[in-house]
Each structure stands twice: as C-alpha cells, then as structure tokens.
Write a new protein. Structure first.
Length: 202
C-alpha cells in the first residue's frame, strides 16, 4: 500500500512538472526588453511588442533566421515533452493502482521504473536547456549596449520548476519501493524454494 501511495505521489509530481513545461514552452515571456513604456517579449514561437495596455504578437516565419538559442531551446523542449509523454504512458501501465499487466508483476514493475527514468531524463533536459538559454542571454547582454539589455521572463522560471518537478516525480517512481516488488511476494518465493529443497531431501 505504501509503494502504491509513493507511485501516485511521484506520478502527480511529474504530471505537474509536465504541465508546467508545456506552459513554459508556449509562453511568450522567455525574454523581455523594456524601453520607456514600450515592451518587447520574445518567446520560442512568437514575439510580442507594445505597452502594458495593448500588445501585438507575431509568429516567427523563418526558422533558420532565428537566434541559435531559440532554435535549440525550442527543439529540446519538444524532445522533453515527447519523453514526458512516453513516461506518462509507461508509468500508467506500471502503476499498482491500474489494472494493466496484472498477470505480469515483474513487467509491471519494470514499466514503473522505465517511466520514472523517462521523467528524470525529460526533467533534467528541461533544466539544462533552460539554463543554457539564460546563459546565452546573459552573455549577449555583456556584449550589448546597456540600453538594449534583455531580461529573462516568467517562462524561464516556469520551465525550471517544470523540469524540477518532472525529475523529482521520476526519482520517486524509480525508487525500489515503487517497482512493485513487495516483501510478501519475496518471502513467498523464498518459502517456496525452501519447501522445494526440503522435499528433495525426503
């Protein structure tokens, strides 16, 4: 029962992280630049400009003309979401509270472990690419004029949080107590081996 509860906690944490990662991927506030009352927001898919009262947004039309940090971050965020989606599917198949693969307990346990591993990879990838995006922006600010400095926006913090919760949930799902091997099943198999050995001596 305890391992089932840990599985649910880990799965919910990863689910929250995945939702945050999805939100961050499509948020427009990855980078922002303020000049007097005029503000410019740069996202992974579009840019918005205007004042606090009114803004106009435009999708990026030419992928190859985008800054390298936008291209790489967008691609790796999509890879992270794909791995997270696979982790969700595999984890659901392996969780004790579901009825999939009930006849194959070891396969069910391995599915939980693999799902946790996918979440860990996805979360770490999100954190790494977000940190790299921020480092590129800081480096660009050091080489730019002070009046043209850009700041990283709310999407960066949402992405960091999403990666952290996704990886944390994956770690919990990867714990041995969540694999599905209970002490009762291990003791049962041990007793069966002992009884078989005794019967061979008789």
């Amino acid at each position: 029962m305890a391992s089932s509860g840990l599985q649910i906690v880990g799965f919910l944490l990863s689910l929250v992280g995945v939702c945050a990662t999805i939100a961050a991927t499509f948020m427009v506030e990855w980078g922002k630049e303020t000049q007097a009352k005029h503000r410019v927001y740069d996202g992974l898919w579009m840019s918005c400009s205007g004042t606090s009262e009114r803004a106009t947004c435009e999708n990026y039309k030419h992928l190859l003309k985008l800054p390298i940090e936008v291209q790489v971050t967008r691609a790796l965020m999509l890879v992270s979401l794909f791995l997270s989606a696979m982790g969700l599917i595999v984890s659901i198949l392996g969780m004790k509270c579901t009825r999939f693969m009930d006849a194959a307990s070891q396969s069910k346990a391995k599915a939980t472990f693999c799902g946790g591993g996918l979440f860990i990879v996805a979360g770490v990838l999100t954190i790494i690419v977000t940190s790299w995006y921020v480092s590129r922006m800081v480096e660009a600010n050091e080489n730019a004029h002070r009046l043209q400095n850009k700041e990283f926006g709310h999407a960066v913090f949402v992405s960091w949080a999403g990666g952290f919760f996704t990886a944390l949930g994956g770690v919990i799902l990867s714990l041995r107590r969540c694999w599905g091997f209970s002490d009762s099943s291990e003791s049962t198999s041990t007793n069966q081996l002992l009884s078989t050995a005794k019967s061979n001596y008789v």
